[in-house]
Design a protein around this ligand. Structure first.
Ligand code: SF4
Ligand code: SF4
Length: 337
């Protein structure tokens, strides 16, 4: 398995890491087997989150069997204040049942409000710095679906990694990735198969690794076969052939018409609908086989697709010219509101 240095963290991470969302779909025994297989295949980076159901807990069990020291554990929490983040770190240490976490990230800092809170005097960053001093966490990172927010976060010297979507159809983060690289900040590619939308997983991973702009890609895995297949992509780097490039172009073309990149340029919506989140949960429902989880998260949103008054302002702002109003109608058919 090829390894790359994760920016200034100095962690030598495998180019393929385990994305922890789907772990919540398997039972504990199976999760343990997945972690053991990761070790066998040379995958040494695992990313999870407080919001991924039992994922932290099951991964913790896997670490006991496969050896804590064989992995770098990254987790994250949508906690933006000092108190919330302090509590979240404690909870993650408990759930994972570890003495330290290698990388703790501010999760989903997608809005100015969340960003400002996180980096204010009594924000999440303060709690992370304290936890790092106390040895509870070793490194600090941030994740977002907004590259403009992450670009601002790059100015904080405490930030050591950024996590953002990257795959053949989502290249909107490239300029931000370049800036991160210049500052020696590690780059983690989330959604390497566009949330399950890209069918040719191996090719998508090859594309990402070849781009040389990210340090580690973290496809979600829920079976031993997936671990083996994904690990293969990280064993060697070979140039993409013309045929492979053509196949990628074809996939992108097929997805182009109604694929939301979660960039957030369509916002604000006068009805306060968080459009990228709506489409994110729709994708989780349709493609990730996380129907109950997606339904629950969607229901908890303060405004739903059914609140749309069809003003069309969002469509004018969407750089991908997506038929947002029509896509919201489809969402109502799925979630009922
Ligand atoms: S069309 Fe609907 S979703 Fe778009 S901005 Fe108007 S109210 Fe919001
Ligand atoms: S609907 Fe368009 S502008 Fe809004 S998040 Fe999706 S891709 Fe971006």
């Amino acid at each position: 398995m090829l390894k790359r240095k994760l920016g200034k963290t100095n962690l030598e991470v495998s180019v393929i890491g385990l994305g922890g969302i789907p772990i919540q779909r398997v039972d504990e025994a199976h999760a343990v087997e997945i972690i053991k297989e990761c070790k066998k295949q040379g995958i040494n980076f695992i990313d999870t989150a407080t919001g991924y159901g039992v994922s932290e807990k099951f991964i913790g069990k896997g670490l006991k069997e496969a050896g804590r020291k064989n992995f770098f554990i990254a987790t994250k929490s949508p906690s933006y204040t000092y108190d919330e983040m302090k509590e979240s770190i404690k909870k993650s240490l408990n759930s994972l049942d570890v003495e330290y976490i290698d990388l703790y990230q501010i999760h989903n800092a997608d809005t100015e409000e969340k960003y400002n809170k996180s980096f204010s005097e009594n924000g999440a960053l303060k709690a992370l710095i304290e936890a790092k001093k106390d040895g509870l966490i070793h490194h600090i990172g941030i994740t977002s679906h907004s590259h403009t927010i992450l670009e601002k976060a790059l100015d904080f010297e405490e930030i050591e990694t950024v996590q953002f979507p990257f795959n053949p159809i989502e290249s909107q983060g490239i300029e931000m990735f370049k800036k991160a690289r210049e500052k020696n900040i590690g780059v983690i590619a989330m959604k390497p198969v566009a949330g399950g939308a890209i069918r040719n997983v191996a090719l998508s991973l090859k594309y990402i690794i070849n781009s040389n702009i990210v340090d580690v890609a973290i496809p979600g895995m829920e079976s031993i076969d997936q671990v083996n297949e994904n690990a293969l992509a990280g064993k060697e780097i070979t140039k993409l052939t013309n045929k492979e490039n053509e196949k990628i172009a074809q996939e992108v073309k097929e997805l182009g018409d109604e694929f939301c990149r979660r960039c957030g340029y369509c916002l604000p919506c006068p009805q306060n609908i968080n459009i990228p989140f709506v489409f994110n949960f729709k994708a989780y429902y349709e493609r990730y086989n996380l129907k109950d989880w997606a339904k629950e998260r969607y229901a908890a949103m303060s405004a739903h697709a059914s609140d749309c008054i069809k003003c069309g302002a969002c469509e004018e702002r969407c750089p991908y010219k997506l038929p947002i109003r029509k896509m919201l109608e489809d969402t109502i058919n799925i979630f009922g509101e």
